[in-house]
Design a binder for this molecule. Structure first.
Ligand code: NAP
Length: 290
């Protein structure tokens, strides 16, 4: 399959030797309610994935835990065989229980199994990027990642993984991972209202490592702020577009993976993210999370 050559706002970034558009797509919202089970609209989910690629997006974020297996299988159904330019980033380290919880699964045997399941469900022989997902649903938790990360390094040596990253990680865990093997990205929660990682983002930018915010639009509780609405109204833009445009401006190493189950929202987000923010807009937006 070939992709249209469209220049997306934000340009591209190199995840190791893989070039991706800074505007990517997060596939989690394609699963059923609570990220469990199949989508209500199967064909609609396939249409969103095909539209993302059609718009020129070359970075899709996923995990076998979404559904579980649902988003990976949708990606395969919609897009396999994949264009050479398309790069799929997945994560391991959490599983699902019957209540829809996200219990950790970071023992070496869990991780080996998860990598093989991702390969099978995505229809790949090598995973482009695998993030080790740490912490829990409440956020990062301190503690050594050595045993889990070394397991992934071993799978990388076997040729099953091209590049590694970490997710839901503390700054100390990012440093520990980097002392074991190179990483190409950190995927943590960050958006206009949630600025805990400001310092980490700047450090990673200096090291040429991508920072990929999850919940860029607020996740299950969409961003709501009078300052954001005021800036959006002044620019005749949607608050979501402004939130994404702010992230692109925040640092050159930030890659976007906004989620949506709607072709209309995907188009709106791609169209809106190119808007330019003045210094006055940025100063107003900066105050939201400070
Ligand atoms: N590493 C981790 O632990 C972790 C955790 C969570 C997520 N993630 C990754 O991060 C990605 C992004 O997170 P997310 O999808 O949960 O949250 P998000 O991107 O912050 O927000 C998605 C929500 O925003 C809505 N939305 C999107 N565009 C919109 C628009 N133009 N107007 C109105 N509403 C809009 C979507 O609803 P509609 O479907 O109606 O558009 C959806 O409810 C996920 O897909 C996943 O790949 C990683």
């Amino acid at each position: 399959m070939s992709t249209l050559s469209i220049s997306l706002p934000g340009g591209t970034w190199a995840l190791g030797d893989l070039t991706v558009t800074r505007f990517g797509y997060g596939a989690m919202q394609l699963a059923g309610p609570g990220v469990m089970g199949p989508p209500a609209d199967h064909d609609g989910a396939l249409a969103v994935l095909r539209e993302a690629v059609g718009l020129g997006i070359t970075h899709i974020d996923t995990a076998d835990a979404y559904g579980p297996r649902v988003t990976n299988q949708l990606i395969r159904e919609a897009l396999h065989p994949y264009a050479d330019s398309l790069h799929i980033v997945t994560k391991v380290g959490a599983t699902r229980d019957e209540q829809g919880g996200w219990p950790p699964a970071r023992r070496p045997e869990d991780l080996r199994c998860a990598v093989h399941e991702n390969l099978e469900n995505l229809g790949l022989e090598t995973l482009d990027v695998v993030n080790l997902r740490l912490g829990d649903a409440q956020g990062p938790r301190a503690g050594s990642l050595a045993e889990a990360f070394e397991t992934l390094v071993d799978l990388q040596r076997q040729g099953l993984i091209r590049h590694l990253g970490v997710s839901n990680a503390t700054a100390e865990q990012v440093a520990e991972a980097r002392s074991i093997a190179p990483i190409v990205c950190v995927q943590n929660m960050y958006n206009l209202a949630h600025r805990h990682d400001d310092e980490l983002i700047d450090e990673l930018a200096e090291q040429g490592i991508a920072y990929v915010p999850f919940f860029p639009l607020g996740g299950f509780s969409p961003l709501q702020s009078s300052a954001l609405s005021a800036v959006a109204a002044r620019l005749h833009a949607t608050p979501m577009s402004v939130a994404l445009a702010w992230l692109l401006r925040r640092s050159p190493n930030i890659l976007l993976i906004p989620g949506t189950s709607s072709v209309a929202h995907l188009r709106e987000n791609v169209a809106g993210v190119g808007l330019s923010l003045s210094d006055e807009d940025l100063a107003e937006l900066d105050k939201i999370g400070r």
